[in-house]
Design a protein around this ligand. Sequence first.
Ligand code: ZN
Ligand code: ZN
Length: 288
Amino acid sequence: MAAQNALVENLDRVVGAGHAWGLSHAALAPSPGADDNPGMVSIASPSNLRRVWSGLLDLLLPPRCLGCGTIVSENGTLCATCWQGITFLGAPCCACCGFPFDFDLGAGGMCGACLGAPPAFDRARSAMRYDDSSRHLVLALKHGDRLHLAPSLAPWMRRAGDALLADADIQVPVPLHWTRLASRRYNQSAVLAHAIAKAGGPPVAADCLIRRRRTPSQGRKNASARRRNVAGAFALRRADAVRGKRVVLIDDVLTTGATVEECARVLKRAGAVRVDVLTLARVVRETS
Ligand SMILES: [Zn+2]
Ligand SMILES: [Zn+2]
């Protein structure tokens, strides 16, 4: 059983490597030749060879569900069970923080929390609700070295943050402290931002914001403890990169918003004209 798991894990890494390099089965297939005439039918035509090659790859490296790893028909998708478990977020929602509403309050309608205390950012949107079903996707990207998930998750974020991205000059990923970056080897927020940029989103200014002290995990802290925890934790390395710019901050999960609010304050002090927030997932508290 252990050996079988190791085999599946290795296969996953091989499939993952293909995705991480931006390779798909189609990309691995032989390129069309000059004589690739769709009007001609030939058993050995390049298009037939491509189909056979793609079919062979599907047999060797079958596409797997992003969530549970079960075999699916297409790369970069979820199986029906995982798909049903994910709560994708969208309208109607709070015009400011994106908190999902049961019914449409009309343009500009805001939740009680935003009306009571407007956040430091302008707008926030998230692709999906952070819950038992989406947690393993988020954690796989964060701690599981499964970077190949990013190109498949980026379209979900683009869909949720369509208006924000269309309005933005640059994306700024929420940075990790350098010690955490050294141990994890990558910043999942930067990986997501680059995947969004590659799919047509705004360019990534990855090095302009830094985390200057290592903050203890926000894990079990309440909202005010989270705010204290990140106060003064961020600084700008290149203020000129954000002055006069419309920024979309990219992060993996929005919980209380303390981290992105602190980043937004730093960016606005440096002259950013707008700071929106786009995350892969967000916690939705029923009392918000
Ligand atoms: Zn699945
Ligand atoms: Zn709100």
